[in-house]
Design a protein. Structure first.
Length: 418
């Protein structure tokens, strides 16, 4: 399978505290030679000061002072690196239960989730919690890394037992692709280089899996959705009568000549031209940023959506959402919030909390309508005007919303439309 050299893979790490997430990312960066010399010198000096024999790999990701002092990950740390085959963005997310919101934030755009399990402890509650959130966020690929294999003498039986434990509960989750790898992040077994200590495993290294993961089919190419961000009227010699509708293709494919419908007005037209920058193209697809011109002069503004005539989202003023509450202050009953959906901003309120989810046991808790920080709940939302929505499971871009407190302008919740 040939992989585009500029293809970008976003992945998130998840695992319990001290499972070695930051060390794993440090090892990936270190062994793939993606660390600058000044970074290496700084981390080496800090490692020596802390009494380490070698380099403390976790320091490459723990950027906050409190993280370095306490030896834990608090905020989402983003790291970038490139190999000849792919570009990568890593979101290193915290393992502590009080930072569930940080994991949801870091994982929301990921193609893959790397879940770490300590080989000595096996599957624990936090493993199940992280796998559940990955499933909830519709992350297409799960890579389960059974770490610290050096501390269990690299036994194949330990790897097989934990694999079976994970498969037992993950069968209830909606995850399409799950892979298992035995690794040691600290020593470097099966991270970038093949382990000589686990010759019984023939599944390749973590970097090899990340480089060859097939992600092209993860994007929805069927449902064409183009939320308009702005209207372009350049008013110069080259583009004297140009009226282009600019934005990013959320999903699907648009071609010159396609019959389209503008929502919410419902007017129909045909695509006259598509521009990517100043260059004209015949077709565009997610996640390209483009401008479209139409054959008819239709009143279109920010927040409108250009879709295919025979494939339209559902305009709705009331819908159910799986909501993760992000704010320190609890949700106020029937309070008004700003709701952001694609490029559209309206006002909304939480009509009802249908149930909350215990993310350790997956049980539904009905009758509890209090939404506090890190809570995940199914809620009914009503908006002032109809939004053009899809189910999150079908379309992550047009199926997600965020709520903003109108008084403080803080983002208070993120949601996946059911």
């Amino acid at each position: 399978m040939e992989i585009s050299t500029n293809q970008l893979l976003r992945f998130t790490t998840a695992g319990s505290v001290d499972d070695g997430k930051s060390t794993l990312i440090g090892r990936l960066l270190f062994d793939s030679k993606s660390i600058f010399e000044d970074q290496l010198a700084s981390v080496t000096a800090t490692s020596t000061k802390k009494g380490f024999d070698g380099v403390d790999l976790a320091l490459f990701t723990d950027g906050l002072k409190d993280e370095r002092e306490q030896g834990i990950t608090i905020d989402v740390a983003y790291r970038y690196f490139t190999t000849p085959k792919r570009k990568f963005i890593i979101a290193d997310t915290p393992g502590h239960i009080q930072y569930t919101r940080n994991m949801v934030t870091g994982a929301s755009t990921a193609n893959a989730a790397v879940i770490l399990i300590d080989a000595r402890n096996g599957v624990i509650e936090q493993t199940k919690r992280h796998a559940f959130i990955a499933s909830l966020l519709n992350i297409p690929h799960l890579i389960v890394c059974i770490n610290k294999m050096d501390l269990v003498d690299y036994q194949e039986e330990v790897f097989d037992k934990i694999t079976h434990q994970f498969e037992e509960f993950s069968s209830k989750l909606l995850v399409k692709d799950v892979r298992f790898l035995p690794i040691s992040a600290l020593v470097g077994d099966n991270v970038v280089n093949t382990s000589e200590n686990m010759t019984w495993f023939s599944g390749g290294t973590l970097l090899n899996v990340l480089e060859t993961l097939h992600i092209s089919s993860d994007i929805n190419k069927i449902d064409a959705r183009f939320p308009v961000q702005t209207v372009l009227r350049p008013q110069n010699e080259k583009f004297r009568d140009y009226r282009g509708y600019a934005g990013r293709v959320a999903s699907g494919i648009y071609r010159v000549g396609d019959e389209v419908t503008v929502l919410p007005s419902g007017f129909n037209s045909k695509i006259e031209s598509i521009n990517s920058g100043e260059k004209g193209v015949q077709e565009a697809f997610a996640p390209m940023s483009i401008s479209i011109t139409l054959e008819d002069d239709i009143d279109i503004s920010r927040g409108d959506m250009i879709v295919k005539k025979n494939n339209q989202p559902e305009p709705s003023q009331e819908f159910d959402v799986m909501l993760c509450w992000l704010n320190n202050d609890a949700a106020k009953p029937r309070a008004k919030y700003s709701i952001l959906h694609t490029s559209n901003e309206e006002r909304a309120m939480i009509k009802e909390v249908v149930y909350k989810i215990d993310i350790n046991s997956y049980e539904r808790k009905e009758g509890d309508s209090n939404l506090n920080m890190n809570d995940i709940a199914r809620v009914k939302i009503r908006t002032t005007r109809r939004l053009m929505i899809d189910a999150y499971r079908d379309n992550r871009n047009t199926g997600s919303i965020i709520l903003i407190d109108e008084n403080t302008n803080e983002t208070v919740a993120a949601g996946m439309i059911i």
